[in-house]
Design a protein around this ligand. Structure first.
Ligand code: NAP
Ligand code: ZN
Length: 347
């Protein structure tokens, strides 16, 4: 066992505090990663505050991990000491079901093992990336290509893949009109990636406060959803809408923005149920779908795509002591556009 420094929530209602957590010994197929940076995802906040259901505490969140391999198990072939690597939202899966076999481990029929707050194979509760080191089986460790700094790469492990996967699946590219709802951590990566894929990109944000940024990130157009005229102006426009909003939205309003055969894909995961009127789907052969992160193979593909197109996240690097403050700013939609913890401040 390795005892390492971390930041963890003692309960659903308390601030995160400095603490130590245990990492298992490096097994034959394991990689020990010296964590350099960890992104703060809105899912960390939903989870530690118990919004998605009860958790075991103390809980160290963090599933956007970038670091350097510092030790490998005897049977490891994919990674070597000194490699730049990343770990995202899952650290294991059954490996045998149809979905795992298809490289879609996130949809493992037995449930993937989340990077934190999940029961690991040895019965212990996994702990996330707000810490100095993590031990992960090599199959769930991806390579961060040269050309992306580790701090800007960390958010790609969740925000990047969660937006890349539906954009690919629903065919974002030249000739396609894509809208991104919410310009936060996921949203800003969706804009960058959809633009790099060649789609025509529109941001739908609550206000025009971030318009200049949105256009600089690659959006062609930018509208405020607080302006009811937006929904009239854009009715019937989009082939694909990726909703990244962390709160409940009016689904019918967004479905009305779809062109014939268009899809509204929800990646935002509010605790409250979403509802819709059947006619919003029927009229226009619309789809309402969801998408969860991406498989390991696709995560590597996304990292290579981002390196090729020189896409990192727009980040604000913070010391661990500012995590709680950062949470409040994320909740106030005041993130530009991902907080990333400098893990050296945990030592
Ligand atoms: P974030 O940085 O907080 O971004 C969310 C954005 O949504 C905000 O910046 C804001 O954008 C908009 N928003 C927030 N509250 C709103 C409200 N009440 N009404 C309308 N718009 C609102 O969060 P994130 O880290 O990108 O995560 C977004 C959501 O995706 C979370 O629910 C998270 O749990 C979920 N998620 C899902 C997956 C998956 O696999 N499906 C993976 C990661 C995260 P504007 O200011 O531009 O309006
Ligand atoms: Zn996330």
């Amino acid at each position: 066992m390795l005892t390492v420094n971390a930041y963890a929530a003692p309960s659903a209602t308390e601030d995160l505090v400095p603490t130590t957590i245990e990492r298992r010994d490096v097994g034959p197929h394991d990689v020990l990663i010296d964590i350099k940076f960890a992104g703060i995802c809105h899912s960390d906040i939903h989870t530690v505050r118990g919004e998605w259901g009860p958790q075991s505490y103390p809980l160290a969140p963090g599933h956007e991990i970038a670091g350097i391999v510092s030790e490998v198990g005897s049977a490891v072939t994919k990674h070597a000491v000194g490699d730049r690597v990343g770990v995202g939202c899952m650290v294991n899966s059954c490996g045998e079901c149809a979905n795992c076999q298809a490289g879609e481990e996130q949809y493992c029929l037995k449930g993937n093992t989340g990077t934190y707050g999940a029961v690991d194979r040895d019965g212990t509760i996994t702990q996330g990336g707000y810490s100095t080191h993590v031990v992960v089986t090599e199959d769930f460790v991806v390579t961060i290509p040269e050309g992306i700094e580790l701090d800007a790469a960390a958010p790609l492990l969740c925000a990047g893949i969660t937006t890349y996967s539906p954009l690919r699946h629903w065919g974002a590219g030249p000739g396609k009109k894509v809208a991104v709802v919410g310009l936060g951590g996921l949203g800003h990566m969706a804009v960058k990636i959809a633009h790099a894929m060649g789609a025509h990109v529109t941001v739908l944000s609550q206000s025009l406060k971030k318009q200049e940024d949105g256009l600089r990130l690659g959006a062609d157009e930018y509208f405020a959803t607080s302006d009811s005229g937006t929904f009239e102006t854009l009715a019937g426009t989009f082939d694909l809408i990726v909703n990244t909003v962390s709160a409940k939205i009016n689904v019918d309003e967004y479905l009305s923005l779809l062109a014939l055969d268009g899809a509204l894909v929800n990646v935002g995961a509010p605790a409250e149920p979403l509802s819709l009127n059947a006619f919003s789907l029927i009229a226009g052969r619309h789809s309402f779908a969801g998408s969860m992160i991406g498989g390991i193979r696709e995560t590597q593909e996304m990292l290579d795509f981002c390196a090729e197109h020189k896409l990192g996240a727009e980040i604000e690097v913070i010391p661990a002591s500012q995590i709680n403050e950062a949470y409040e700013r994320v909740l106030a939609s005041d993130v530009r556009y991902r907080f990333v913890i400098d893990a050296s401040t945990l030592s």
